[in-house]
Design a protein around this ligand. Structure first.
Ligand code: PLP
Length: 965
């Protein structure tokens, strides 16, 4: 024994991130191993993962860096990006993110770590923020019904085409019209979608739309090159021939312009980016989508609606959930699951903060600058392509390249893809100095113009740049919420009041099976709001994006290594979009070999609903393959179905480990069978948290997979988005990866259209996954998988004496998640899975995944980030709930007068002077000792879904309706 102090070298030992990311420490891991009867993590993995699929060698993702090292290194990479002033436009504009929103929403785990609001009683805050987003959309577009955000403007336009086909009364038409002046990337995404639906695309001048036999048309307002023209006659003419008209619109311009709804449009869509969300090299941003009330069942994506709770108070929830896309499977309108909730919230807060008057001032200032710029340029003899505009001028120039280069030298980016012209789009951040800098570039420095002189002439003489018929006269944002919180103090409190209503990962574990709600480390989040990543336009010249390109290439290399594939596309901006892009690659591959007739996709009955929904988006017929009693894909049925389909087999979509939470021993055989019939194997990568470092889709033998970077690779869920769904492919599919019409992607297919509006999807959240891999390194990544499996087995073991665990592998082990069966209990006691889910709220927990993939069950995925302490707290809550159920079973508690049936309990219940239940208040609200230390109060009682769907209201209710009778 010595009592000498540690040496400096010992004190200097690096604090590894690995032990911060992985919840259980060494001692806890030992305890849990012994509880489940495994001698070591290696022993557990050997018992759990079939030997035939174990990777022969370690990952090649380097050694884990510390937080400090990784941040320093990434900062140096980020600084290789050159941030010019951006005037490119094309749907992406610079914006001032209000600091109160930046820090208290975007940088706040209370907002970014929340899950999709499937449990609305503990999600009223973000539901209100999204409802506000719908209200902003409704007010500015002038349509009746809006959705809770889509992925980007391009995919929203593609969804509009799908809606048009579903609802148009011109049933025999198979063509969709796109006006020439729609943003090129939007055209690209819509064309890609149309190709697989088998729709004909007709392009032409907007005015000629009605000359064609079409089921719908897409127009842009203002047009891509900036013109503000009255499209009401065009809309009416198309509608007279039973076509549906969708208008892609710019949200900021709509503050001043007559709305698409007032012009007669059936659908309005676009990006809400410039409402306070950074450009971020392409995303993430929320797209808005609005349509007529009569098309509500055809609306893509989620809708938030108003209903009431059991106390009769207004309460918010996701409306018409039975039409939620991935629940309807192959009957779905679209495959959208993860959307852009966090960004929709930011945009709605931007509108709340500025209010109608503030927005008007911003829009009018942008427009005034455009008038000043236009006046100066035309005074000096330059020609504008259009005499009407809101914020975008298309300027005819003789030597485009010279002008562009001169601008680049001055630190200005102009729109570069027009013939004989450059484009300039102004935005909220435009200053007088910017206008002079633009004059200098476009006119030479001797122009002698001043902003003040030009402003005087614009003010006194006026400029008719918005036609009288298109000036907005209708009010916007009249609802109280947009007229109340304009001081920072009030705004801060409003944001906080909503945050307080929501349970997120900063309160307790969210053990959502299949969704991998793991730690979203602060060090991973910090680079997202660096200006070097935030302020780049997605179409900036590549030589200004060196930092991004380097980060993306390195991340891609790691992900290729992790998945065992050869190539990767970073374009899809959600898991479901990855599925779509992967299936598209498969179909293009078949076509390239003269086998375009292959049109059947085999999908096991246990698959996630986005699988059949995505298959349907590339016109594949879905044939369902049965699962056996152990939860495995029934190999005989797979072989039988593959044989029946024969030559028409396109592919099979499998999830591994299966959604039943087991590593199927036969997975290689499954791949072989599909290949034997000429099909391709799509492996859904949502369960990669059970594979990383241990096995890989490529090694197992599949051809393509998406990764949910917002599950396995630490991008937070944001309350239902954003996400990223890059796809890895074997080399034979690489020529069919999505490219982009504006920015050529070296590693993509040559003639392949885009699946997202931006070339690298939601690029600005990629630093999160980059930081995660950088800090974990090869060994840390594998350890994370091992502990994820340990945690799931520990939970399964502790619960199995109380609830049956539904599926297990050969050695009695589960993978990274487990399913507990509640059906026998329901049979015996009448207590439902919903009662249990809501009762968990009283204990301070979010419910696990309910009734997926098996009705009447809960699927629990604890992830590696939860320490044993938290797992035990959850287990104790479940055991305690089991004892409560026993009291209902035995008749000690009445079938309805019991804390399960009445869960969750609110303060209103507890303070009610009429409390007359058979159990006491303490048991209702504080059912476990730990709850006393950190009580979470649901703010509404159980919500009536049926009432909300029958009385669909998707706009902000009046404030009076909140006053209790
Ligand atoms: C989450 C998930 C998806 C869909 O991913 P999104 O990013 O939500 O579109 C697909 N398959 C499985 C198994 C999933 O868990």
């Amino acid at each position: 024994m010595s009592n000498t102090s540690p040496t400096l070298a010992q004190l200097e030992q690096k604090d590894t991130f690995i032990r911060r990311h992985i919840g259980p420490g060494k001692g806890e891991i030992e305890e849990m191993l012994s509880a489940i009867g495994a001698s070591s993590l290696d022993d557990l993995i050997e018992q759990t993962v079939p030997a035939g699929i174990a990777l022969p060698e370690p990952l090649k993702c380097g050694e884990g860096a510390t937080e400090v090292e990784a941040l320093n290194e990434l900062k140096a990479v980020a600084q290789k990006n050159k941030i010019n002033r951006s005037f490119i436009g094309m749907g992406y504009y610079d914006t001032h993110v209000p600091n109160v929103i930046l820090r208290n929403v975007l940088e706040n785990p209370g907002w970014y770590t929340a899950y999709t609001p499937y449990q609305p009683e503990i999600a009223q805050g973000r539901l209100e923020a999204i409802l506000n987003f719908q209200q902003v959309t409704i007010d500015l577009t002038g349509l009746e019904l809006a959705s809770a955000s889509l992925l980007d403007e391009g995919t929203a336009a593609a969804e509009a085409m799908g809606l048009a086909k579903r609802v148009s009364k011109n049933k025999k038409a198979n063509a969709f019209f796109i006006a020439n002046d729609v943003h090129p990337q939007t055209v690209d995404v819509v064309e890609t979608r149309a190709e697989m639906f088998g729709f004909e695309i007709i392009k032409g001048e907007a005015e000629e739309a009605a000359e064609h036999d079409i089921f719908g048309a897409l127009l842009q307002y203002p047009t891509s090159t900036g013109e503000v023209k009255d499209i009401s006659d065009i809309i009416a003419a198309v509608q007279a021939k039973k076509g549906i008209v969708a208008v892609a619109a710019d949200l900021m311009s709509l503050v001043m312009l007559k709305s698409p709804g007032e012009l007669g449009a059936d659908v309005a869509l676009g990006s809400a980016q410039r409402f306070g969300v950074p450009m971020g090299y392409g995303g993430p941003h929320a797209a808005f989508f609005a349509t007529r009330d009569s098309y509500k069942r055809s609306l893509p994506g989620r809708i938030i609606g108003v209903s009431k709770d059991t106390r009769g108070r207004p309460a918010l929830r996701m409306a018409l959930q039975t039409r939620e896309q991935h629940i309807r499977r192959e009957k779905a309108n679209s495959n959208i699951c993860t959307a852009q909730v966090l960004l929709a919230n930011m945009a709605s807060f931007y509108a709340v903060y500025h209010g109608p008057q503030g927005l008007k001032t911003i829009a009018e200032r942008i427009h005034r600058f455009a008038d000043i710029l236009a006046t100066g340029l035309t005074q000096k003899g330059l020609a504008l392509k259009h005499s009407t505009y809101f914020d975008t001028l298309t300027i005819m120039v003789d030597n485009k390249e010279a002008v562009l280069n001169k601008a680049y030298e001055q630190g200005l980016n102009l729109r570069a893809d027009l013939e004989g012209a450059v484009g300039v789009s102004l935005d909220e951040t435009t200053t007088r100095e910017d206008i002079i800098a633009l004059f200098d570039v476009l006119l030479g420095e001797e122009h002698g113009l001043t902003v003040e002189d030009l402003d005087a002439s614009v003010t006194t003489q006026g400029v008719k740049s918005i036609p009288d018929t298109l000036v907005r006269t209708s009010d916007i944002l009249t609802h109280e919420v947009f007229n109340k919180y304009h001081s920072e103090t009030e705004m801060l409190r409003y944001i906080k009041s909503l945050e307080n209503k929501d349970l997120a990962l900063n309160h307790s574990m969210i053990s959502l099976g299949s969704c991998t709600m793991k730690l979203n480390a602060t060090a991973e989040m910090i680079p997202v709001t660096w200006a070097e990543f935030g302020q780049l336009h997605p179409f900036a010249p590549l030589n200004q994006a060196e930092g991004y390109q380097k980060m993306i290439a390195e991340l891609a290399e790691w992900l290729i290594n992790v998945t065992g594939y050869d190539n990767l596309s970073m374009q899809p901006n959600s898991g479901a979009q990855g599925e779509y892009a992967g299936l598209l690659a498969i179909q293009r591959y078949h076509e390239s070999r003269g086998e375009g007739h292959r049109n059947v996709c085999l999908i096991p009955s246990s698959a996630h609903g986005t699988n059949p929904a995505s298959a349907q988006m590339v016109s594949l017929k879905v044939v369902v393959v049965a699962c056996d009693a152990n939860g495995n894909v029934d190999l005989d049925d797979l072989r039988k179905k593959a044989e029946e389909v024969g030559d028409n087999l396109s592919c099979a979509m499998i999830t591994y480990p299966s959604t039943h939470g087991v590593y199927e021993e036969t997975v290689r055989e499954m791949c072989d069978i599909v290949h034997q019939y000429g099909g391709q194997v799509y492996m859904d990568g949502a369960n990669m948290n059970a594979q990383v470092g241990i096995t890989s889709p490529g090694f197992i033998g599949s051809d393509v997979s998406h990764l949910n970077l917002h599950k396995t690779f630490c991008i937070p869920h944001g309350g239902g988005g954003p996400g990223m769904g890059p796809i890895g492919v074997k080399s034979h599919l690489a020529p069919f990866l999505p490219n982009h019409t504006v920015v050529n992607i070296e590693t993509a297919g040559k003639n392949c259209g885009a699946v997202s509006a931006a070339p690298w999807g939601s690029a600005s959240i990629l630093p999160i996954s980059y930081m995660y891999i950088k800090m974990m390194g090869s060994a840390g990544l594998r350890k994370a998988t091992e502990v994820a499996i340990l945690n799931a087995n520990y939970v399964a073991k502790q619960l199995e004496g109380h609830f049956p665990v539904l599926y297990k592998g050969n050695n009695g082990r589960v993978a990274h998640e487990c399913i507990i069966d509640l059906r026998p209990l329901k049979e015996a006691s009448g207590v439902t899975e919903l009662d249990i889910a809501k009762r968990l709220n009283d204990y301070g927990f979010h419910a696990p995944t309910m009734s997926f993939p098996v009705a009447g069950t809960l699927m629990i995925e604890p992830t590696e980030s939860e320490a044993k302490y938290e797992l035990d707290r959850f287990i104790n809550a479940m055991v305690s709930i089991r004892q409560e159920i026993a009291k209902v079973e035995s008749g000690e508690w009445d079938a309805t007068d019991n804390p399960l049936h009445n869960a969750p309990h609110t303060l209103a219940d507890i303070c009610d002077s009429d409390w007359n239940r058979s159990y006491d208040r303490m048991l209702a609200a504080y059912p476990a000792p730990e709850v006393h230390r950190n009580k979470f109060w649901p703010t509404v009682n159980r919500i009536d879904d049926v009432y909300g769907d029958r009385n669909l209201i998707c706009s902000c209710p009046s404030i009076e309706s909140y006053v209790e009778e």
